[in-house]
Design a protein around this ligand. Structure first.
Ligand SMILES: NC(=O)c1ccc[n+]([C@@H]2O[C@H](COP(=O)([O-])OP(=O)(O)OC[C@H]3O[C@@H](n4cnc5c(N)ncnc54)[C@H](OP(=O)(O)O)[C@@H]3O)[C@@H](O)[C@H]2O)c1
Length: 331
C-alpha cells in the first residue's frame, strides 16, 4: 500500500487538531449556555449504546429523565452499562448485530411488538475496518454496519409509525467523510479495490446525505433529522482501529461526554438546519464539504437511497412512499 507523504500527515494534524480535539471543545464551550436538558417522558433508542459515545449519550439522556433502549451485540456489556447509570430501571437493553440485516429486522419486530414509540433515535453504531470482511449476508461489513443498517432501521421505524410525531433522529457520522466525494457504486466494495478508510468515509458521507433525504421526505412534519460528528474521542474503537493516531494525540482527545455533547444538545434544542446537507459539530451547523474535490460528485441523496434499496428486501407496510410522493421525492 502507498505510504501517505509526511507533509500531508503534518498538514492534516495542523489543520484538524485544534478543532476536533478537546482543545476545540474547551475553546467553543466558553461561548455556550448551559443546556440543563429535560427528557422526562421521552423514549430514546441508542445503537452502539453500551460503550463510548453512544453510552455517554444514553447516560446523559437517562440522567435527564428519559427511558433509553440501548442496542449492542454483547449482552454482558449492555447489562454492565445499565447497572452503571443513575436510574438502571430506565435502561432497556436489546442485543443486535448491526452488520446483519436479519438482526435489524428482528430488533424492529421486537420493539414493534412491545408497542414502543420513540422520541429520539441516535443511530450511533459505527466501525472502521482495515481489512475487508464480507458478512454472511454478502455485504462488506463496515458499509453494512455504518450505513445500510442505519437506513434499514430508520426506514422501518418510520414506515411502521414507531417514531413520535415530533421525533428527533441523529446520525453519528464523522469528519472522516470530508476526504471523500460520494461515489455510490463504491459504497459496498465486496471485490477488489477496498480501502478501509475510504469505506468508512463514504459511509459517513452517506449517513449525512440520508438525513437530507429524510428531511425532504418528512418536510412539513415536526420530525427533525440531523447528522453530527463528535470530534476525536478516546474510545475503544479508536484505540483498536487507529493506535498510532491515539499514541500521538492521547493527551488531547475528547472524553466520551464531550463526544456526546452535540447529540444531547441537538435532542434538547432541535435547531433549524439551514442547508439541506450539513453536519453538526460542537453545537453548530457545519458545511458538508471542506475540500474542493468532494462537491464535484453528482451523486444525490436519492441515488444513495436507490443503492441501499437495491440491497435490502422490499419494504412491507410503509407510509413513507405516500409522504415522499406528496413532497415530490423519489423513493
Ligand atoms: N471515537 C471517535 O473519535 C469518533 C470520531 C468520529 C466519529 N465517531 C463515530 O462515533 C460512533 C461511536 O463510536 P465510538 O468511538 O464511541 O465506538 P466504541 O466506543 O467502540 O463503541 C461502540 C459501540 O457500538 C457497539 N457495536 C460495535 N459493533 C457493533 C455491531 N456490529 N452491532 C451492534 N453494536 C455494535 C459496541 O458494543 P458491542 O461491541 O457489544 O457490540 C459499543 O456499544 C461511530 O459511529 C463512530 O464512527 C467516533
Amino acid at each position: 500500500m502507498a505510504k501517505t507523504p509526511l507533509k500531508k500527515i503534518i498538514a492534516f494534524y495542523c489543520r484538524f487538531t485544534p478543532s476536533y480535539s478537546a482543545i476545540g471543545y474547551h475553546a467553543r464551550r466558553l461561548f455556550w449556555r448551559r443546556i440543563d436538558p429535560d427528557f422526562r417522558g421521552q423514549t430514546w433508542l441508542v445503537t452502539g449504546g453500551s460503550e463510548g459515545i453512544g453510552a455517554s449519550a444514553a447516560r446523559q439522556a437517562v440522567a435527564a429523565g428519559a427511558t433509553v433502549i440501548c442496542v449492542a451485540r454483547n449482552a454482558a456489556k449492555l447489562k454492565a452499562f445499565a447497572a452503571s447509570v443513575t436510574r438502571p430501571e430506565a435502561v432497556q437493553t436489546e442485543t443486535a448485530d448491526f452488520s446483519l440485516q436479519a438482526d435489524v429486522w428482528a430488533l424492529v419486530a421486537r420493539l414493534e411488538q412491545q408497542g414502543v414509540r420513540i422520541d429520539v433515535v441516535v443511530n450511533n453504531v459505527g466501525i472502521q475496518k482495515r481489512d475487508q470482511i464480507i458478512t454472511q449476508e454478502g455485504i462488506e461489513t463496515s458499509f453494512a454496519t455504518n450505513v445500510l443498517s442505519h437506513y434499514l432501521l430508520l426506514r422501518e421505524l418510520l414506515g411502521r409509525n414507531m417514531l413520535r410525531d415530533n421525533a428527533t433522529v441523529i446520525e453519528v457520522a464523522s469528519g472522516g467523510m470530508y476526504n471523500h466525494a460520494m461515489v455510490v457504486d463504491d459504497l459496498n466494495i465486496t471485490g477488489p479495490g477496498y480501502l478501509g478508510v475510504r469505506a468508512y468515509g463514504l459511509a459517513k458521507r452517506a449517513q449525512m446525505m440520508l438525513m437530507a433525504h429524510w428531511r425532504a421526505v418528512f418536510a412539513g412534519t415536526q420530525k427533525s433529522f440531523y447528522a453530527m460528528h463528535p470530534g476525536w474521542v478516546d474510545t475503544a474503537s479508536v484505540n483498536r482501529s487507529m493506535p498510532r493516531f491515539v499514541a500521538i494525540l492521547k493527551s488531547v482527545l475528547r472524553d466520551h461526554q464531550k463526544g456526546a455533547d452535540t447529540i444531547v444538545w441537538l435532542a434538547s434544542r432541535r435547531p433549524v438546519q439551514v442547508r439541506p446537507e450539513a453536519i453538526w459539530f460542537d453545537r453548530k451547523e457545519r458545511r458538508p464539504h471542506i475540500y474542493a474535490h468532494t462537491p464535484k460528485s453528482t451523486a444525490t441523496p436519492p441515488d444513495v437511497v436507490a443503492k441501499l434499496e437495491s440491497l435490502v428486501p422490499a419494504r412491507g407496510r410503509s407510509e413513507i412512499a405516500d409522504l415522499a410522493s406528496e413532497n415530490s421525492i423519489k423513493v
